[in-house]
Structure formats: structure tokens, C-alpha cells
Design a binder for this molecule. Sequence first.
Ligand SMILES: Cc1ncc(C[n+]2csc(CCOP(=O)(O)OP(=O)(O)O)c2C)c(N)n1
Length: 380
Amino acid sequence: MTVMEQRGAYRPAPPPAWQLRTDPAPLLPEAEPYRVLGTDAARKADPELLLRLHGELVRGRRYNTQATALTKQGRLAVYPSSTGQEACEIAAALALREQDWLFPSYRDTLAAVARGLDPVAALTLLRGDWHTGYDPREHRIAPLCTPLATQLPHAVGLAHAARLKGDDVVALAMVGDGGTSEGDFHEALNFAAVWQAPVVFLVQNNGFAISVPLAKQTAAPSLAHKAVGYGMPGRLVDGNDAVAVHEVLSEAVERAREGGGPTLIEAVTYRMEAHTNADDATRYRQDADVEAWQDHDPIVLLERELTERDLLDEDRRRAVREDAEEMAADLRARMNQDPALDPMDLFTHVYAEQTSQLREQAALLRAELEAENEADGAGR
Ligand SMILES: Cc1ncc(C[n+]2csc(CCOP(=O)(O)OP(=O)(O)O)c2C)c(N)n1
């Protein structure tokens, strides 16, 4: 007899009564990324949807090349291009209704623009401004988020709050493959599943987190498999197939809306450009790797289908191209205007009530600016 038993304090533990609370089988993702384009199912796709996606994808690509050019002209501090990822960005955003919310990362400007945001406003943060450039509540688009994965718990909180209030709102939160290694990713997915919050997580697996390839990021069978550990369904979709992305996202959004809870979707895609204009991708990947994805380009895939169904003639192509050029010219013209900046704005929204140190610093800056103005005036 043990000492504990002699003292009468020992109670053998009951036999483990655990059981699987959820059958994991229905939560498992597809073995292969789900595809529509190039299969018989594509014949049934709504022509209007195909044409809308095509127009938006072409605009999106043009937006990417224009924004990258603006970094070279010193008009934009940094731009993370989503060339190659336009289908993920745009088809996902189009699956939302007006009352829903988008929680984008820094790479997801195209999702925000596809949702109706002014193309210039979407670049405000990347221009180096201190504010978001738009009212998140008006557009139902959270600020484009630079700290990895921090937008995910925000999306869950908003979606859960909306549900408690009885509002018909679904939140779509976007994150990269690297972002899935963050604690915020875990916390967000866990809370979302426990609360059955109306939220959809879209991981754009573009192969890299800056220079870190997916194989060094995770040992999971796929990122979509991570869903099972939280008790939500995982879906695996070809992120370059705009029709497949739109279908999978629409299903997940409607499931969340009906009270079915969250979904984790992994869209398999490829980042065709460097991480940003400040990165040199040739240091960690071969040109041949990039070329291999060219044939699986989202616009090429969509155009093949449109051509086969006689939906894309030369006039239509020209009209889509002209529309994209018009958007780029407007973006260029407006981004080339010097914004009127007031350095004193630095202090405006730091605290509701400024600290004594900030008041002191503000006074110093004001004095410096006044001295500069006087010197300018005297020099004229
Ligand atoms: C919390 C945090 N850690 C590190 C960084 C620096 N950082 C910026 S982008 C990036 C890679 C992210 O890769 P991924 O999530 O795959 O998204 P992608 O850039 O490929 O879209 C890192 C590590 C950051 N922004 N935030």
C-alpha cells in the first residue's frame, strides 16, 4: 500500500472516458487541390461570372505592374505584388456580400480593390502614410495588415460579436503560408471553432515566406489539414483557378452565414514576383521554378476556357485591356500628385490626451517648422 493510500487520500483515476468528439473524416481536405477550369464542370460555369472574373483579373494584373512601377519612381515606399495570385485575391473577395467584412494582409490590395475600394486609397499605407487611407467601417475592409496573422483574431472577434448581436455578417480573413506559423493563427482558429464564429480563413500558399519555402515552414500534410486539429473543415483548392476559388469560397461563406461555423481554405498558388520590390528572389529560387508556373497562370487558365466557349473575341479582349489601362493611368496620375502632408499630424492621433513628453516634442517640432518657414520666406 502506498503512503497516499494509507492516508486514505488516494482515489484511482476513473478510466479515461475520452472519445472523439467530432468525426474527423468529414473535416479532411481534398487529397488534390479542387479544380474546375479544364474539367467538364467548367462548361456549367455561369458565363457572366467567367467574364466578370476575367475583367477583374486583367485589371488586377495591370494594377500590380503599375504599383511596382510606382515604387521605382519613388511614389510608393514598397509594394508586395500579387502577380500570379490574382485569382485567389479577386475570386475570394467576390464571394462576399456587401454586409460582410474583409480582413486582408499587406499583399491583398487586389481583394480590397475588387471589393470596391479606391485603388489609390488601397496604397495609402504602402506609400508610408500614418493612416489607412479609408474608413474600414464604411467599406467593411479592415486595414491591410503588416504584422503577420494579427488580422485573424480581429476577424474572429468581429464575426463572433456580429453573431451575438444577431447581425448577418461573415468575416473573410486572408493570410499567407508563413503566417500559419504564428501564434495568432492558432488562437484565431481555436476560438473560431469553439465559438462556431461565422468566419472563413483563406491561406494563400504561394510557396514562400520571403525566402523561406513551405517545406521549411511546416511538416503538416497540407496547410488545409491544420483545420482538423481545431475541429473545422479544411478545403484545398487550386488558387490559380478563379472559378474553383470562387465556388469553394462561396460555399464556405454561405456555410458560415447559415451558422455552420468556420472553414480553413488553402489555395495553392505561386508568387511570380519577388516578395516585394525590396527583395531579390534570385537568391533563393531558380528562374525555371517560376517558368514552370507560367503555363498555370490564372489569366491563361481562364482565357482558355473563355476561348473554348466562344466568350472571348478580339473586341472583348480589347475592351478589357482598355479598361485596365484606364485604371492604371488614373492610378498613375493620382499617385504622381504630391500629397499635402503636415508633419504635425504625427502627434494628432497618438493619445486622446497627449502626454507631457509628446506636448514637449510637438512644441519643438512646431518651432523648427516655423523657423524653416521664416528662413524660406527670407530667402525668397
Ligand atoms: C509578426 C511578424 N513577424 C515577421 C514579419 C516580417 N515579415 C514580413 S512578410 C514575412 C513573410 C510572410 O510570408 P507569408 O505569410 O507566406 O505571406 P506572403 O508574404 O508570402 O504573402 C515576414 C516574416 C512581420 N511582418 N510580422
